[in-house]
Ligand binder design. Sequence first.
Ligand code: R7I
Ligand code: MG
Ligand code: MG
Length: 300
Amino acid sequence: MNTTTTPDETSFTGCLLGLALGDALGAPHEGKPPGMHIPDCSSTLTYTDDTEMMINLARAILECTTLSRQEIVRYFASNYNPARGYGGGTLKVLSLVKDGLQVDVAVRSVFPEGSYGNGAAMRVAPVGLAFYRDEELLEHAIRESALATHVHPVGVDGARMMALSVAFVLRGRPVEELTEYLSKKAQTPEFKKALDRLKITISGNPSPKELIEILGNSVASDRSVPTAIYAFLKHGRDFMKTISFCLSLGGDTDTIAAMAGALSGCLVKEEGLPGECLKRLEDRSKISSLAKGLYLTAQS
Ligand code: R7I
Ligand code: MG
Ligand code: MG
């Protein structure tokens, strides 16, 4: 894979802490209509399912000798707090796996074709970090991580778009070329079309309402991953501006901010994240340690 620079550890910590901050800052506004929703760092920043699953996935990458969907779902199913706002389908899959059902059966128990929700995309950043140097390993790990809960091709493609974006930023590739790169990588018609819309929209200046109509703000993977990438492309060099923008769109704010926050955090590195907010982030040191472990894995 074309590596232009060697990333340092703070791109890794920036990415995962950025994801968790976006999630925690977006959570109070999930489901609201678009509007002025101000990120509030004045009290403890509690994360939701997005970050809990990201933590479990990072642990699986660091601890498993062979990374498979069976192993990954074991981490998801044995370390989840249902009160963290999980999607209904994912919650059911995890409880069935916990009761002993095989993962490949469990993932079709709610939606026969699998879920097209953004659950596989919101948590996938650790995969992009650990495997950014090797495209084959990266694609394999993305797929296994997605198939642990989401087998619908759109759910999987959303995870691919996010993990490939993390790897792209980490390799120091020019951000202006990201959309074109993803367009070539997209496998589903839904994502190919969404990226075409993103290419046109990015050069304009749509209002939040127009942007939601064009790219979406829902839990569907193809109606939230492109929106997060848009937020990153427009504002990613300023972390808090990126998060504020995601919140202003309403809808699935925790997840859109988590995905855009991971990309922005990767770009601006840990020193570009707001210190006052970081101080109040739940499990900050645990998330940091996992990111440092992924840094070592990526170099080996
Ligand atoms: O994708 P998933 O883990 O949800 C993630 C979202 C994020 O916003 C989190 O912050 C959390 O709030 O939830 O969970 P799923 O239940 O698999 O998918 C999310 C939703 O997408 C489902 O509850 C459905 O409403 C919808 N959905 C589908 N609807 C019909 N047919 C997903 N797949 C289908 C489908 O095939
Ligand atoms: Mg959530
Ligand atoms: Mg959400």
